[in-house]
Ligand binder design. Sequence first.
Ligand code: DHE
Length: 585
Amino acid sequence: MFTRATKIRQTLLGTVALVVAGGLTPALAEDNAHGSGPAAAYSPSMTTLGQLQVEVPGMRPDDPVMTAEEFQEGTQIYFERCAGCHGVLRKGATGKPLTTDITRDYGFDYLESILTYGSPAGMPNWGTSGELTEDQINLMARYLLLEPPAPPEWGMPDMKESWQVIVAPKDRPTEKMNDIDIENLMSVTLRDAGQIALIDGGTYEIRSIITTGYAVHISRISASGRYLMVIGRDGLVNMIDLWMEEPDTVAKIKIGMEARSVETSKFEGYEDKYAVAGAYWPPQYVIMDGDTLEPLKIVSTRGNVYDDQTYHPEPRVASILGSHYKPEFIINVKETGKILMVDYSDLKNLKTVEIEAERFLHDGGLDSTHRYFMVAANARNKIAVVDTKDGKLTALIETEGQTPHPGRGANFVHPVFGPVWATSHLGDESVALIGTDPEGHPDQAWKLLDSFYGLGGGSLFIKTHPNSEHLYVDATLNPDAETSASVAVFKIADFDDDRDTEEEYTTLPIGEWAGITDGQPRVVQPEFNKHGTEVWFSVWNSKDKESAIVVVDDKTLELKYVIKDPRLITPTGKFNVLNTQKDVY
Ligand code: DHE
């Protein structure tokens, strides 16, 4: 561990984290010309769609020749590597549209060249980086000249068919049947195993390993703290009963073909009543019964972009949050830039407030009072703030950094500015502080109050806890191995109000503490235990190599424990039950 005040701005761009089947892998590719910073690499990979069986579309006389096998391969490559930016239907998202009216104008030679060498606008150099072979580039240039296949929809009959109640509510325990301190349980994503590990926050013992969806993504907890909801990228939601002798899945359902978010109703009187999950494909969200996951209401998010009001055929559902102020789900629709406040008190006469925010909404969380929701419009370098009490956009704030990625963000009381919310960034090393106290600190509210350097770019998550005096910032996708395996810790009491000076931080060599010698593991996502006394970090290696969880004492910043187990395959997100249930971050 060492302390330093860095004044040198490390530029980060230059190396790419490979986007492979299922999303990101900790492995790094060779230096890449452009479009290659972590922010560019952190694009969705539609791996479930990549496995679809498709047919070659009707050909026109001048279309390039393509066999069924080639078209299948092209579709898989397209969904896994290209759809995240260019859209499933090729109508464009953060990347340009690639519909055939455009690609046929470009022609085969141009497509082959841009696929090989990339472009300064952000297209990766798939050929020269070695990620696609010459034959694959040739195939993709032909593929793009043909009409795209449209993946199937996933409506009520499909959902109902996939829906299983494994233990009916009447057969579930009426009281907690185990000795687990549920509030201090950690649900740990074992990403490439398609499982979660339930780890005891007091003893560090793995209490259960539960099979979930493919490339499992996040866990959320019901308002009562009893049911854990887990979603896989294949849209499979598992509902796990933590009261059972051995916690296990009691219901499951597939809500789409590609999904990332799940949440539960948190408003008083509606505790555990509903669950909701959002899909990337088809673009929709579904409200489910909170006891059984029975699908009750599916709502499409297709519609017009908030500003130019053009139609978008596939706006993905990004983060979802259960409001504490109203019986509402806050649903963030990425490409149209709309935040939907969906009133679940009357599903038959569903009322939705549609807030114009900003394009490319991604992740976010509540402020410390739980009244304001802060979400990153990441490709626009902005944070949108919504007042969940009044149902209105409060502010749109430029973070002055590149690609904010807060996770749920970090709330703390700054010694000068009062209550603030913080985000780190994927595209550079900056940490931004935004004032969140319009009553006590009206001059500072909803303003960027400070921006200082963390350890390095490629940060995914930032975290603190009301009982902690520290702010932790990871640098998971930083191209430098040592940086990506370390974490910066700021002492909150030492923060000043001078925007021109940097803030001191301590570097914790978490990867080194894990003592893993094989591979190049990255350190990701600080998460506190229920007391706010320990911080857990995932040391995320590739799936055939050893990974670990490192537990740090928050007071002393010293290593407390290393959890290792052959079953801990690719641990990434960790979700403490109490902190997730109560939105403490
Ligand atoms: Fe995530 C949250 C989408 C890749 C770990 N991620 C989210 C949320 C979204 C999202 C929309 C917010 C959910 C919510 O609050 O309701 N994630 C995406 C992607 O589209 C992306 C970029 C690429 C993909 O194809 O999926 C992606 N995410 C990753 C990873 O590679 C990470 C680092 C490792 C993993 O397990 O997959 C990862 N994402 C996480 C975690 C959270 C998350 C741990 C929840 C943070 C929290 O504190 O709540």
